[in-house]
Ligand binder design. Structure first.
Ligand code: GLV
Ligand code: MN
Ligand code: MN
Ligand code: MN
Length: 413
């Protein structure tokens, strides 16, 4: 007899707490940055849980992790459901983990019910979604769809001094029993559940967001170069101070980009000075810029404004400036077939929802280049994310997983 698969809410909540302990911080957040020991431990736990349920475990050369429940027709490309397990340095316990563990719950619910699907269903945990330890983000899905190659990342080093190639090797070696598969194994569809990371669903009292598109992201690294000098003896006329240039550029940008365009986002999340001594004028000041906008042309024009402001500020202090791009993810839309399926699933379950676009970037947008893909959002408290205080109501977690299951069944049959 074929039972109707049902989400086991208690099991899902327990798994979320278990994973939150891996890299758990003292205030209830998570520090499980990509390819770290903590990330490896989370991948290990997920692979063990999969093996215990009889699912096959695979990884590819960029360490994307796949857990496969076989379908009736092994020749059909699998449907993929998942998200990521890596976190921000002071991240929350739901960003990524919710979508990955809810996808695993979908697989377990199908297994509990003995429910066969035509195509296999695979849970995926993409490598390095966050990009905070090694830029760019969504590295795993970029490589999966051929938009990048693992070689492109060979020379990356983390701010903690770790080498990308070594950390990737160690991560792959940590799962010796996982079968290796090439990048870009064909898939039939992709679904990802995620917290909204903004306040709109909670404010509007909605259970879910049907995500139709993702806005664009571009990351720049700006380096101002001047002359190191003595803090006490170097008078103004002798200074080429990159700190003055950098702060001048920043204050101009903060005053001119977001106030003039309410869709624009400009964030400087990292700022450092070399040599970083209290009584030395620095010779180098570096900061990162994260630009977001739903419109590709606006991303480009903000990028140009950043460059112009930095060049002008550098000139005013007789400094020079170098700007490099570490990540460029153009805005894009999801498949109408998939968003319609999610919408039909929400209606079938009686869940309130709206169609919306994502302000955060996600692996789903790269995956959408090779298969029909879409995302489901659930509310998070006060819209807070990339913060240890991130919180999601258990009801919203369970409803999100039920919606993911229903939408998966509409796609995988
Ligand atoms: C990734 O998590 C982002 O949108 O910044
Ligand atoms: Mn995420
Ligand atoms: Mn994130
Ligand atoms: Mn994200």
């Amino acid at each position: 007899m074929r039972l109707t698969p049902e989400i086991n809410g208690e099991r899902l909540l327990r798994r979320l707490s278990d994973f939150a302990e891996i890299g758990g911080t003292s205030v209830g957040g998570v520090n499980r940055q990509a390819l770290s020991k903590e990330d490896c431990a989370a991948r290990h736990l997920l692979a063990d849980l999969a093996t215990a349920r009889g699912f096959k475990v695979f990884q590819d050369p960029i360490a994307n992790l796949f857990l496969r429940r076989e379908g009736r027709n092994p020749a059909q490309p699998p449907m993929l459901v998942g998200s990521h397990l890596d976190s921000q340095p002071t991240g929350g316990r739901f960003d990524g983990a919710l979508g990955t563990l809810a996808a695993f719950e979908v697989l377990e619910a199908l297994e509990d019910a003995g429910y066969d699907t035509e195509a296999a269903i695979e849970v995926v945990a993409w490598t390095n979604e966050e990009g905070s330890r090694f830029a760019p983000g969504v590295m795993g899905s970029m490589a999966f769809v051929g938009a990048a190659h693992p070689h492109d990342f060979q020379s990356l080093t983390a701010s903690d001094g770790a080498y990308f190639t070594e950390e990737l090797g160690a991560t792959l070696a940590a799962l010796p029993l996982a079968e290796m598969r090439p990048l870009g194994t064909p898939i039939s569809a992709y679904l990802e559940l995620h917290i909204e990371q903004g306040p709109s669903l909670e404010r509007e009292g909605l259970a879910a967001g049907v995500v139709t598109a993702v806005q664009g992201t571009r990351w720049l690294t700006v380096t101002f170069l001047g002359n190191a000098g003595h803090a006490g003896t170097t008078s103004l006329g002798y200074r080429r101070d990159p700190m003055v240039a950098a702060t001048l550029a920043l204050s101009r940008l903060q005053a001119s980009i977001m106030p003039q365009d309410e869709d624009a986002r400009l964030t400087v999340g990292r700022f450092s000075a070399h040599p970083g001594s209290i009584n030395a004028i620095p010779d180098k000041v570096t900061f990162t810029v994260d630009i977001r906008h739903p419109d590709a042309a606006s991303v480009t024009s903000i990028d140009a404004k950043v460059r112009a402001a930095c060049e002008e500020a550098a000139l005013s202090q007789r400094c020079s400036v170098e700007i490099t791009t570490s990540f460029d993810m153009p805005p894009g839309s999801f498949s109408k077939i998939m968003t319609d399926r999610i919408e039909a699933a929400a209606q079938a379950l009686g869940l309130s929802y709206k169609r919306m676009i994502s302000g955060a970037f996600h692996d789903a947008l790269f995956v959408a280049r090779v298969a029909p893909a879409a995302m489901i959002f659930v509310p998070c408290r006060d819209g807070i994310s990339h913060n240890e205080a991130e919180y999601v109501e258990p009801t919203d977690i369970i409803n999100g997983a039920r919606l993911l299951l229903e939408a998966t069944l509409k796609s995988a049959r």
